[in-house]
Design a protein around this ligand. Structure first.
Ligand code: SF4
Length: 286
């Protein structure tokens, strides 16, 4: 087995979610192997894929680890620009053992692909060592709050170490574990992106603090995404595009902002190059 581990800067330039140049040149395959989730976000009904990462209202058919490996074999044979294999749901990647089974078998067969996960962060501190062992080098963590007061409005419960926590206790454990896991991932040398869902009148006051804190601690990028009003937050008007753009501009001095993601939810994989040579990213292959 080839144990080559690319340097972080190389990872960033070939990961379509971390750099604009890579976004137009490389593709990723997203494998829906992680069914369960361990927290409850106010904007999630669990009828679609994890809103934190996909946000498109798509509902993936769950693949077994064997089916996932077969999919990677088949798609990488057809498309040589795929650089990343990602597990982002449809629940939380770290709440499912199938995530680790899948990553391990892909790492053994495709050691040069970048393995990536997205998570709500609750189990990141606990599972970081296991992630490193199965070759994960890139990570997205969704952080929506810095204060307990805000977190309490967003998260109603959390399942941690065999026990459900509710209300303030849930918010407390989610916040604590997110930032702890985030730091551990940076220390482990992973490239780290923070996703933040902008929820008007719920967490607008926290966004620049998240950007400041994440940038200061060493995250590589931040993606501020608009709320999709559903679940408990179905009555909240989503932010206008200009609000998102303004906020990204404000936060860009604190941490590089992702502003090229079209959140396309495409079912294709890799990139498409049209006849005039223009590349259009199709970053999710479900
Ligand atoms: Fe839904 Fe939140 Fe769990 Fe994602 S982390 S599946 S948005 S409850």
């Amino acid at each position: 087995m080839n144990n080559y581990v690319p340097h972080a800067s190389k990872l960033i330039t070939t990961h379509p979610c971390f750099s604009k140049a890579a976004h137009n040149s490389f593709g990723r395959i997203c494998l829906p192997v992680a069914r369960d989730c361990n927290i409850q976000c106010g904007y999630c009904t669990r009828k679609c894929d994890c809103i934190n990462e996909s946000g498109h209202g798509l509902a993936s058919r769950i693949l077994s680890p064997t089916e996932a490996l077969e999919r990677v074999m088949s798609l990488t044979a057809q498309n040589h620009r795929i650089s990343v294999i990602c597990i982002a749901g449809p629940g939380d990647s770290l709440a499912n053992e199938t995530t680790f089974e899948t990553l391990q078998s892909i790492y053994q067969q495709f050691p040069n692909l970048i393995l990536c996960i997205s998570t709500n962060g609750l189990m990141l501190h606990d599972r970081l060592e296991a992630l490193v062992k199965v070759g994960v080098r890139a990570l997205t963590i969704t952080i929506n709050a810095v204060t307990l007061k805000t977190a309490e409005k967003i998260y109603s419960r959390a399942f941690y170490h065999g026990k459900w926590f509710e209300g303030r206790a849930a918010a407390d454990i989610i916040l604590m574990k997110q930032w702890q896991g985030f730091l551990n991932a940076i220390d482990a040398g992973m490239i780290v992106k923070v996703n933040t869902v902008l929820i008007p009148e719920v967490n607008d006051q926290d966004i620049t603090f998240i950007a400041e804190h994440a940038g200061h601690l060493g995250a590589d990028a931040m993606h501020i995404v608009p709320l999709i009003p559903q679940g408990e937050f179905k009555h909240i008007k989503p932010p206008a595009e200009k609000e998102i753009l303004k906020l990204r501009e404000q936060c860009n001095r604190l941490i590089p902002q992702i502003n090229y993601c079209k959140e396309c939810g495409s079912n294709d994989c890799g990139i498409k190059v049209s006849a005039d040579g223009t590349a259009s990213p199709n970053c999710n292959a479900r």
